[in-house]
Design a protein. Sequence first.
Length: 322
Amino acid sequence: MTPFLAKRITIKATLCAVAIMAAIVAYFTLSAGQPSGEMQVNSRPSAAPGVDLEKRITAFTQGFGERGGYRIPTATERRTVTQGVALLLDGKEEAARKRLAEVDFTVQSFTDTVSGRDYAEVADAAGSSGSANRGWGRVYVNLGVPLTWSVQVPHPVADQETERLGARVLRGAPGGVMVLAGAHRTAGEGDSADVAHRTDSVFHKVIEELMERGLPGVQLHGFANESFPEFDAVVSTGAGDRAVSEARTLSAALTDEGLEVCRANVRKCKLSGTSNEQGQVAAEEKLRFLHIELARVIRTDDSRLDDVTEAITVLTKRWSKS
């Protein structure tokens, strides 16, 4: 072999070795930057970069029909969803996701484009619209802040625009949790979907979990104008009296917004919610619970809905600082 040929072979070998080493380095560099399957599971999924919370909620509820679309969950299903929500409340999102997946529920996080706050949504993966899901509802949790209060919507669509009001109240102050029923109140057999008057629903069990954590709550309802024509709103503490000071605060704020308010802690009012099941639990445990009824004329006027939101936000801001 000539010295020239030997030199060429040596150069080629060196170049091949360099190429191989470069490929190995590139492989491991890319691998280090690419999450493994386990890391992908642990990463936090999100919806679109920006989501309008109110539109997201109303897109869900617009599919609700007066009949069909609700099944009473079993005790195991209620317990599993509630345990998953509890894990989420504790900040254990991955554990919550795994637990909720056992009953085909998902956890998705997003930033509300109006408030700029981050929320996690617990939702039924079986269907994205009211007619396709099992009717067990949704839970929205403000992320990254201490949780200090809840807003509850037991009769979306049936009590027209309470779902819209709930969304506005949730985004009005930090630290909120929204519990939203997943079906029209007449959707099930008998009164099975009327979650304000049942204890065998996901809605009720989740609110019980919030109560165990000491979170005060306001529950939103609506009435026909002719049912109580003298008043625009009824504010009550339900079956208990632990939240009388909060009822005074809310009633005063609503009055400042120009509403005629029947104050159940002052006089006898229709629609005061004394048979409300969540209010019954609050009364037994001496927890703060408010029941608010709004006339349809108020709920269907967008500017008046904003007025009510402002009034309730006076209270939720106080709760968020407590």
